[in-house]
Write a protein of this length. Structure first.
Ligand SMILES: Nc1nc2c(ncn2[C@@H]2O[C@H](COP(=O)(O)OP(=O)(O)O)[C@@H](O)[C@H]2O)c(=O)[nH]1
Ligand SMILES: [Mg+2]
Length: 362
């Protein structure tokens, strides 16, 4: 009896153990399942966010292209319209066609050197690819120009603290572009300060004050005819003390006296380096695209007196001379950083060669 009872008891214990194990297994499986589900849910949420972000950035690109398209309408008519008009009158791809096309490119403000280069490449491509149809030529020119625009195009990266010195002749759009830049950087979350280094005319200081008020950023200024490097000194000190991310300095545009300009820029440079060695210095030359080849000439002259790190090309809206952008890119070896597409605060775009080609050619 004792033995049987013991056996039964052990049997019962085994059954209980098995049940317990089964129960544990089920619990374990359920836990694993729920963890798996949670992971999948998180993954799909992550994918959704990524997808939305991608859609947003694609939409943003579409918007930027359409803003460029709007600004570049006349340039497009001038350049593409000109090429199409020539192609219409030819039946064979020959030397006469190349010559006419070269002239058209020059007329569209691409400059002699750049136009020659484009046609030279066109000749080679036509030969290599055995092109005989006139209608294929347009696509080839577009490809050649797009490749030119996209060559060595590294993006500007702003790392605070940065000081941007804005130079250029009178009327090109320096002060306006500074207002737009301040707005852009502020929107991007940087703290911004302006310095009124154009002390030549009282109106210049007032104009910058208006932009500073509009964007709501501090402006460091002195009176008319004050020493520009003294203004820069104060502005740099203030930006350093306040840990401002970006200080943008306006300057007077006096190219007629190269020696004076050189001296002044040298002095300003010295002050910046001495007072704020840690800050990165960008020197932006502003060029008015409506002046066509003249803008290229200005850039060449300024290059002799200043260490230009980037270009701002203004008034691309409503000009047929936007072809100048291609000449600038090809001839100056200075990156175009921003383009002005109007007179309002938001009318400044980061220059993107891909977007530019698309807006011009698509
Ligand atoms: N349409 C257009 N006008 C511009 C642009 N940038 C500047 N301007 C105008 O050009 C004129 C001269 O600008 P301003 O900033 O005073 O030039 P600054 O003498 O170099 O400082 C002003 O009437 C501006 O409104 C632009 O991108 N598009
Ligand atoms: Mg000005």
């Amino acid at each position: 009896m004792g033995f049987l009872k013991k056996l039964k008891k052990e049997n019962e214990k085994q059954v209980i153990d098995i049940k317990k194990q089964e129960q544990e297994k089920i619990e374990r499986e359920e836990q694993e399942k729920s963890e798996q589900e949670k992971m999948e849910q998180e993954k799909s949420e992550q994918e959704k966010i990524e997808c939305e972000e991608q859609e947003k950035s694609e939409q943003e690109t579409v918007n930027i292209i359409s803003r460029f398209k709007k600004g570049l309408g006349e340039t497009k008519n001038n350049l593409i319209g000109g090429i199409e008009n020539i192609l219409k009158t030819f039946k064979t791809v020959d030397e006469d066609l190349f010559e006419e096309l070269e002239e058209t490119l020059i007329m569209a403000d691409l400059g002699v050197n750049t136009s020659l280069k484009i046609i030279e490449q066109l000749r080679k491509r036509v030969k290599k690819e055995k092109v005989i149809e006139v209608k294929e030529v347009k696509g080839l020119i577009i490809e050649i120009i797009s490749e030119m625009l996209q060559k060595d195009s590294e993006k500007l990266e702003i790392k605070p603290p940065t000081i941007i010195l804005v130079i250029g002749v009178n009327g090109v759009g320096k002060t306006t572009s500074i207002g737009k830049l301040a707005y852009k950087y502020k929107e991007e979350g940087f703290s911004v300060m302006l310095g009124a280094g154009d002390t030549f005319r009282a109106a210049a200081i007032e104009q910058l004050q208006i932009w500073a008020d509009r964007v709501d950023v501090p402006l460091i200024k002195h009176k008319e005819n004050a020493d520009a490097s003294a203004v820069v000194f104060d502005a740099v000190r203030s930006a350093k003390a306040k840990k401002t991310d970006i200080l943008i300095i306006d300057t007077a545009g006096r190219l007629h006296n190269k020696k004076n300009l050189m001296e002044e820029l040298k002095k300003i440079n010295k002050v910046i380096v001495r007072e704020y060695e840690k800050a990165k210095l960008e020197v932006f030359l502003v060029l008015d695209s409506t002046t066509g080849q003249n803008a290229v000439e200005q850039a060449k002259q300024f290059k002799e007196v200043a260490n230009i790190t980037g270009l701002m090309l203004t008034k691309l809206d409503g000009t047929a001379k936007g072809g100048i952008t291609i000449a600038i890119k090809e001839e100056l070896n200075i990156p175009v950083r921003y383009v002005g597409l109007g007179e309002k605060l938001g009318d400044l775009e980061e220059f993107d060669s891909d977007v530019f080609s698309k807006a011009l050619f698509e």
